[in-house]
Design a protein around this ligand. Structure first.
Ligand SMILES: Nc1ncnc2c1ncn2[C@@H]1O[C@H](COP(=O)(O)OP(=O)(O)OP(=O)(O)O)[C@@H](O)[C@H]1O
Ligand SMILES: [Mg+2]
Length: 340
């Protein structure tokens, strides 16, 4: 792997993002799953194209790796506009945003990733730009400073966020359309895997696709990553074909189990069930026990464990559910001791 990220982490670093670029669907029709959002977007884009105006601003929300950046690129391609990419953290000062806004051309799509991390002054400048297609450029300093309004050509903002709840209401309201991306079904992930295998020029057997899809945590990014690891395995230790044996081989090497849990996830569960009798136990204590940073446990392992109903967060700390014991093949403690 390019870095030390767990193989089932839904996040990605720069090197991985480059590998992903080759697998990105370019058009809405190639985008697998997310029927609701796709249908809504298709209506929005067709209408805008028919009117020959840029589409309304679009906000995309959802967990990492589900296709927000991909959709932003697709929107630009579908309206035949240029894509300008930036992100909340990259815009430190309102001036940074002013520079980007004042260089926009008609029909451009301005993609702002992690838009919930935009600084407040930039956010206010964005309100004006989104609503009135105007940016006030401040000239000079102190009491003598004047603001010169600059008209912007019609353009579209596509914002992406993993935390829609953190977006201030005035900003949220300026998006004409919000698409919520959901986790993918196993059948959808199989389609993602088949499509990716085709692009990689690899032969993927059906049973291998089924196996990988069921261990990908509902996330195309993870599916694609597991696929690349299976391709590695098939090439080096197999026959070159991505068959079930290669899939199992790679999943074993990277210690990804039936549910898609990796070693860290299982250590967290084991610590919770065996060391702490099912909890409740605080995050820091749990993290120290498995030798990880609390943040890693909280952002990498926990969301999926909670989603799968293996652990619950309570005000007193994390607790294991009976399903956690069952998954580890352990006997749960006596009745009434567990959260259920
Ligand atoms: N619907 C889809 N069909 C096919 N491939 C997809 C789909 N959604 C995502 N992918 C693939 O998954 C990978 C990750 O997608 P993307 O970068 O768009 O996720 P993201 O939501 O922007 O994640 P992050 O929150 O980390 O920025 C890409 O390589 C993309 O090709
Ligand atoms: Mg993204």
């Amino acid at each position: 792997m390019a870095d030390d990220r767990p193989v089932v982490d839904a996040g990605a670093d720069d090197i991985e993002r480059a590998a992903e670029a080759a697998l990105r669907p370019r058009r809405l029709d190639d985008f697998v799953g997310q029927e609701v959002v796709r249908d809504q977007l298709s209506l929005l884009l067709d209408a805008a194209n028919a009117r020959q105006t840029p589409p309304d601003h679009v906000l995309l929300s959802g967990p990492p790796g589900l296709g927000k950046t991909t959709l932003a690129m697709i929107i630009a391609a579908e309206v035949d506009g240029a894509l300008r990419m930036t992100s909340g953290p990259a815009i430190q000062h309102a001036g940074d945003l002013a520079a980007i806004l004042s260089s926009l051309q008609e029909r451009d799509v301005l993609f702002i990733d992690e838009i919930h991390r935009l600084a407040r002054p930039a956010e206010e400048m964005l309100y004006l730009a989104m609503e009135d297609y105007r940016v006030d450029v401040i000239v000079g300093k102190g009491p003598g400073a004047t603001s010169i309004p600059l008209a912007l050509p019609p353009f579209t903002v596509v914002g992406a966020t993993t935390r829609a709840g953190l977006l201030p209401a005035p900003l949220r309201d300026r998006f004409g359309f919000t698409g919520h991306l959901e986790f993918y079904t196993a059948a959808e992930l199989e389609r993602v895997l088949r499509r990716s295998a085709g692009l990689l020029g690899a032969e993927l057997h059906d049973d291998a696709a089924v196996e990988l899809a069921s261990r990908s945590r509902g996330t195309p990014r993870i599916a694609n990553r597991l696929l690349r690891r299976v391709q590695d395995f098939a090439q080096v230790r197999g026959t070159g074909v991505l068959n079930l044996a290669a899939a199992h081989g790679a999943l074993d090497v990277f210690e990804v189990d039936q549910l898609g849990l990796d070693r860290l996830d299982r250590s967290v569960l084991q610590a919770l069930c065996q060391r702490f009798g099912g909890g409740p136990v605080g995050l820091t204590t749990l993290a120290v026990t498995v030798g990880e940073e609390p943040e890693t446990v909280e952002t990498v392992a926990e969301p999926f464990l909670v989603r799968e109903g293996l652990i619950v967060r309570t005000p007193r700390g994390r607790m294991a559910t009976p399903e956690a014991y069952a998954h580890l093949g352990l006997r749960p403690p006596a009745e009434g001791m567990l959260f259920s």
